[in-house]
Design a protein around this ligand. Structure first.
Ligand code: C2E
Ligand code: MG
Ligand code: MG
Ligand code: MG
Length: 281
């Protein structure tokens, strides 16, 4: 009856797979509809403040995509971005996100916050499109913002394939005064040698290394070394996932430039973000 057990497992496995495929199918349909209908009740952005460690002032926000539908409730961006990437919906979705973020920047400028930067996460598929720079510059022009108000975040994994092409794209974007941040640094395979020639402005240290600050064994804390090496390479440094004062103090002591995390604020609505800026002094 060992065989019977196996076939039972097999049936179960098939059911799990089927449910997963059904869910992905539904997410794809909802995504497509929301993009087509420009439905910002289903698909919208939240903004997480980025704070200057020395002055404690908000200097920018990271835009984070959110999806909520009647049939599925909240869906994590990890899940729906993944579906979008596999169905090529990431290109129209990415444009939708870039437009919303740029309109938010427009609002900020209108309210007198002209030096604020908003960072938008970009998938490798978007970056590899031949017309990506043109698309970004068109959105910048249409919304009447400055390219310097916009920052694009790419992850290390994007560099794994097509490294040379991607690096040329980044150079092109930077020549238009759009800043580039390398997201989740330390979790992928970029070496410091590679960082030397990479066309980026900012390094975002992954939460993993910020978490380590709170562990007992100090030999595991290399965050300070990452910060000083990044500075040697002329990069600005953002710490991701700062949750407790102990981490903030460490980062301050190690000359980190900017922090982002629950300690200061979770990602919030654009209305709350504007309000928070008003109290920013
Ligand atoms: P990410 O770009 O590294 O974004 C940071 C993630 O960490 C966000 O999760 C944010 O809510 C979360 N976070 C911020 N502060 C803290 C903290 O103090 N503690 C903890 N535990 N978490 C914190 P979120 O919003 O769920 O996004 C997950 C990932 O989905 C993002 O990671 C990014 O890779 C992707 N993503 C989100 N929005 C977009 C988008 O518009 N386009 C693309 N291509 N990817 C996106
Ligand atoms: Mg990011
Ligand atoms: Mg990150
Ligand atoms: Mg991440």
């Amino acid at each position: 009856h060992i065989k019977d057990n196996h076939s039972a497992d097999y049936v179960f496995f098939n059911e799990v797979m089927e449910n997963k495929l059904q869910r992905e199918d539904l997410i794809e349909k909802e995504l497509r509809a929301a993009i087509t209908e420009n439905d910002t009740s289903k698909l919208y952005l939240e903004y997480q403040p980025q704070v200057d460690l020395k002055t404690n002032k908000i200097i920018g926000f990271e835009a984070l995509a959110r999806m909520r539908t009647e049939s599925l409730g909240f869906i994590s961006p990890m899940e729906f971005i993944d579906v979008a990437e596999r169905t090529q919906l990431i290109v129209p979705l990415g444009n939708f996100i870039l437009k919303q973020a740029s309109e938010f920047i427009r609002d900020l400028i209108d309210k007198g916050h002209k030096d604020i930067k908003v960072a938008v996460n970009i998938s490798g598929i978007q970056l590899l499109r031949y017309d990506f720079t043109d698309t970004v510059m068109e959105i910048v022009k249409d919304t009447g913002i400055e390219p310097s108000n916009l920052e694009l975040e790419i992850t290390e994994s994007v560099l794994l394939d097509n490294y040379n092409i991607i690096n040329e794209k980044l150079k092109d974007l930077r020549s238009h005064k759009i800043e580039i941040a390398l997201d989740d640094f330390g979790t992928g395979y970029s070496s410091f040698a590679r960082l030397l020639e990479l066309n980026i402005d900012t390094l975002k240290i992954d939460r993993y290394f910020i978490n380590k600050i709170s562990v007992k064994d100090s030999s595991e804390i290399i965050t300070g070394d990452i910060i000083s090496m990044a500075h040697k390479l002329g990069l600005k440094v953002v710490a991701e996932g700062v949750e407790v004062p102990e981490q903030k103090n460490y980062l301050l002591g190690h000359q980190c430039d900017t922090m982002q995390g629950y300690l200061f604020s979770k990602p919030i609505s654009k209305e709350s973000a504007l309000q928070m800026l008003t109290c920013n002094g």
